[in-house]
Design a protein around this ligand. Structure first.
Ligand code: LLP
Length: 407
């Protein structure tokens, strides 16, 4: 599962024939991650719904679908893309705190597994759209579990001040609203506590609260097909390996057994853990610059290509493409006119390298890229069996210039 150690990235770049910055993904490695995750369920009834927001490339979706995963979508466009990539509608769930009417309509017309409603207000809209289309709507409630996690504030979603989910205190009323409707059908209960969890404990803490809610509903004679504990499994960005996704699944299954809910289908929504480690961003070095106490390495990839350092203070390992012995510390920064366009300090070879590799960029990399400062979206290169199998070229600067001129 080691893209960097097994494939000569320089050769792959030459094969692809695309200029930098370019993302390079190892499709075989992420297939294997999908397969391992699927095997961790044993015989338990489940749906591992890949949170495709992490990386929506078609070849990645197809690989994970082939391993038996479903998809968690958060927009109408993601839903259409998932279906076009071959996802069976009954293996798709739709999350999102503010789904537009057309997105609800699309979900209803395609017959997906469930819409995950995040408020009582949304239930009213969903019912109206379903009634207008003379359809019934399969709905799950996303609960805000009220659990604090030890993650960056920007990726913690399950605490009381978050915009996500139905507040715990409103859950019974929300279910009552569904049960009173001839159009809405309650099929699931979900939660997502946040991202970058390094161990199963907070996941299980949230899941336990969700189980309490599920048991209360079942005890009151309500219906429920599945329970969805969300995603959030961390990956190793260089600070140590978090628990593997399978360990989260095992804890979840053990919890369901402990509380007598093993008859429910277990749904999870992993994103990062399936793709994050299996993509890198390759950049060219523009030049070095010595300024006061600092030795800068200025590269052609910036926060427009990978925003995680700027947005979350994330540190991605960076190394020279040719991996010469380290010796000099450089502060690596991109070309964007913002101080936050800064990838931090990294050990490099004494000689200024021609290219660098930014590691663990497979999740929330390309999908969060922008064209800020007139920098077109980066290329994406897909590798399997040690060679390039497809390339998605950058739209290029001409396209950007044309569009902005016409704006
Ligand atoms: N389910 C829901 C409802 C979510 O909101 C998310 C992520 C996931 C599943 C998948 O979480 P994962 O397994 O990937 O941690 N851009 C940030 C991460 C934002 C996560 C948003 N929601 C980053 O680069 O760290």
């Amino acid at each position: 599962v080691a893209l960097l150690s097994e494939c000569p990235l320089g050769d792959l770049l030459a094969q692809a024939g695309t200029p930098t910055p370019a993302y390079v993904y190892d499709l075989d490695a992420l297939s294997l991650a999908g397969r391992l995750l699927e095997s961790s369920f044993g015989g338990a009834r489940h749906l591992a719904a890949y949170a495709m927001k992490a990386n929506s490339a078609g070849s990645i979706l197809k690989r994970l679908l082939a391993e038996g995963l479903g998809v968690d979508v958060v927009s109408g466009a993601e839903l259409e893309l998932a279906l076009a990539a071959g996802a069976p509608p009954e293996r798709i769930v739709m999350s999102g705190v503010a789904k537009a009417d057309w997105e609800l309509d699309l979900a209803l017309s395609r017959g997906i597994k469930a819409v995950h409603a995040e408020s009582v207000e949304e239930l009213e809209r969903l019912e109206a759209r379903a009634r207008a289309a003379s359809r019934s709507a399969r709905v799950a409630l996303r609960v805000n579990p009220g659990v604090e996690i030890d993650s960056h504030a920007h990726v913690a979603t399950g605490h009381d001040a978050a915009k996500f989910g139905v507040h715990r205190d409103d859950l019974a009323a929300a279910f009552a609203r569904i049960d009173a409707s001839p159009t809405l059908e309650a099929v699931g209960l979900s939660a997502h506590v946040g991202s970058m969890l390094s161990k199963p404990e907070p996941y299980v803490a949230s899941a336990r609260r969700l189980c309490d809610q599920a048991r209360a509903r079942l005890a009151a004679g309500g219906r429920l097909e599945y329970i969805d504990f969300g995603g959030g499994f961390g990956i190793d960005y260089g600070g140590g390996a978090p628990a593997a996704p399978g360990a989260f699944v095992e804890s979840a299954l053990a919890l369901l057994a402990e509380v007598g809910l093993s008859h429910l289908e277990l749904v999870i929504e992993p994103g990062r853990s399936l793709v994050g480690s299996f993509g890198v961003l390759v950049a060219s070095v523009i030049q070095s610059k010595v300024s006061g106490p600092r030795r800068w390495l200025l590269i052609d990839a910036g926060m427009n290509d990978l925003i995680r350092p700027a947005l979350y203070g994330a540190k991605h390992r960076i190394e020279p493409l040719d991996r010469a012995p380290a010796g000099t510390t450089y502060r690596v920064a991109g070309p964007i006119c913002e101080s936050t366009d800064d990838f931090g300090e990294h050990e490099m070879a004494d000689a200024v390298p021609s290219h660098v590799v930014i590691r663990d960029a497979g999740a929330y990399g390309f999908v969060m890229a922008s064209e800020y400062n007139g920098r077109p979206l980066p290329a994406e290169i897909f590798v399997s069996g040690g060679r390039v199998v497809s390339v998605s070229a950058s739209p290029g600067r001409e396209a950007w210039i044309r569009r902005r001129l016409e704006a």
